[in-house]
Design a protein around this ligand. Structure first.
Ligand SMILES: Cc1cc2nc3c(=O)[nH]c(=O)nc-3n(C[C@H](O)[C@H](O)[C@H](O)COP(=O)(O)OP(=O)(O)OC[C@H]3O[C@@H](n4cnc5c(N)ncnc54)[C@H](O)[C@@H]3O)c2cc1C
Length: 340
């Protein structure tokens, strides 16, 4: 473990809002957790667990709560069956490198989640998903340190209470667990084209009905490049707002008013496109001082200046939320987390 004081943490946030951490600990091994927590002297509820910070926004110029950055490595085949393989991955591993390795091993299940920034350990937190897939579909279980009970536990995928961009780690069990590894159940069967319009159109154009895993990963990377700027070049946190899920009645009214509005069935109602609403409100590619929506994707907020502050971001967010509410009577909810 490595304790540091007064660390510049702008680079540990997709949005790169400037901030300094009073106490920053790099955690490299599971065994170090009890000692790290003891050294931090109780106040576990204040600790912030950090992966790569791609879904994290620093909410003030100084963060006084201790930050524990998870670096725990690991990639191990735990069990092999005739048509499946169980692979355990350390929470600190870079997620896209994991996807690349898994695809190169000829295993299907996470290829649609290619090129999503961040760590493996963060994927269950918001049930990371893209192109019709999410981590709940391949996660078998995970290992975590239970801060309340002060012991290591195994949590099954079922117990994670996964929802769209959510899990118990963002809800009832927020701040209780430090995820140390994830166990994925991967398939040896031939992959399917991800059930999503962009990927289907891609392979129709390519005239390929049965693409390989590598081809699917390549397609996803290519599609994403157009819509999502690289946070190390243009600071951003990916989708800034969740796609709202509205009651069927409200969705029907909206469809009548806006026949071209994209909508998708959801167990809790109808999912509508936040990006489409922002674009329809005339806010795609719009600059709000030092913050702007991305010209290729209205759902992404980018920082235009290295000195952009949290207030610039919040003001841009509020303007977008207000305009969408006025036009569609729908409340937009932020996806990244603000940490103060
Ligand atoms: C360009 C871009 C594209 C993106 N595309 C997508 C996408 O397609 N789909 C999608 O779902 N997300 C997407 N994201 C969001 C982001 O990549 C994911 O949320 C990712 O899982 C965050 O990983 P991280 O390690 O950076 O997490 P962080 O931002 O560090 O943390 C996110 C949350 O997880 C918690 N956490 C992190 N690690 C642990 C751990 N080991 N134990 C317990 N809690 C932990 C943190 O406390 C925090 O609450 C995108 C982001 C960017 C910048």
């Amino acid at each position: 473990m490595l304790f540091k004081a007064h660390v510049d943490i702008a680079k540990y946030s997709g949005m790169a809002i400037p901030s300094i951490a009073h106490t920053f600990v790099e955690l490299n091994r599971v065994e170090e957790i009890p000692e790290v927590l003891q050294k931090l002297g109780g106040h576990e509820e204040k600790i912030h667990i950090l992966g790569e910070g791609t879904n994290t926004i620093w909410g003030s110029s100084i963060i006084t709560r201790p930050i524990i950055k998870i670096n725990i490595p690991g990639f191990e085949v735990i069990e092999e069956k005739p048509d499946a393989m169980f692979v355990e991955i350390g929470a600190g591993e870079n997620w896209d490198k994991v996807v690349e390795k898994v695809v190169n091993l000829g295993l299907a299940g996470i290829e649609a989640l290619s090129a999503i920034p961040g760590t493996a350990g963060a994927t269950p937190v918001q049930n990371v998903g893209a192109y019709g897939a999410d981590i709940s579909q391949t996660l078998h279980s995970l290992r975590a340190y239970d801060i309340e009970e002060k012991k290591m536990v195994t949590i099954s995928a079922n117990e994670c209470n996964f929802t769209y961009r959510g899990s118990m780690f963002k809800g009832t069990a927020k701040k209780r667990f430090i995820i140390t590894s994830i166990l994925l159940s991967l398939s040896k069967k031939p992959p399917q084209i991800p059930d999503y319009k962009d990927t289907k159109a891609f392979f129709e154009r390519e005239k390929k009905a049965n693409p390989t895993l590598q081809e699917i990963r390549g397609a996803i990377i290519e599609i994403r490049k157009l819509k999502l700027p690289d946070p190390s070049v243009i600071p951003n946190c990916g989708s800034f707002f969740k796609n709202p899920i509205v009651p069927k009645m409200q969705a029907d009214e909206l469809k009548e008013k806006f026949p071209s509005m994209p909508h998708y069935p959801d167990p809790n109602g109808v999912k509508i496109s936040a990006g489409w609403m922002i674009e329809k409100a005339g806010l795609k590619g719009k600059s709000f001082g030092r913050i702007a929506t991305y010209p290729n994707n209205a759902l992404v907020l980018t920082s235009l200046h290295k000195d952009a502050q949290i207030d610039d971001l919040l003001s841009a967010r509020d303007k977008i939320v207000t305009k969408v509410k006025e036009l569609f009577d729908v409340n937009l909810e932020m996806e990244p987390e603000i940490i103060s």
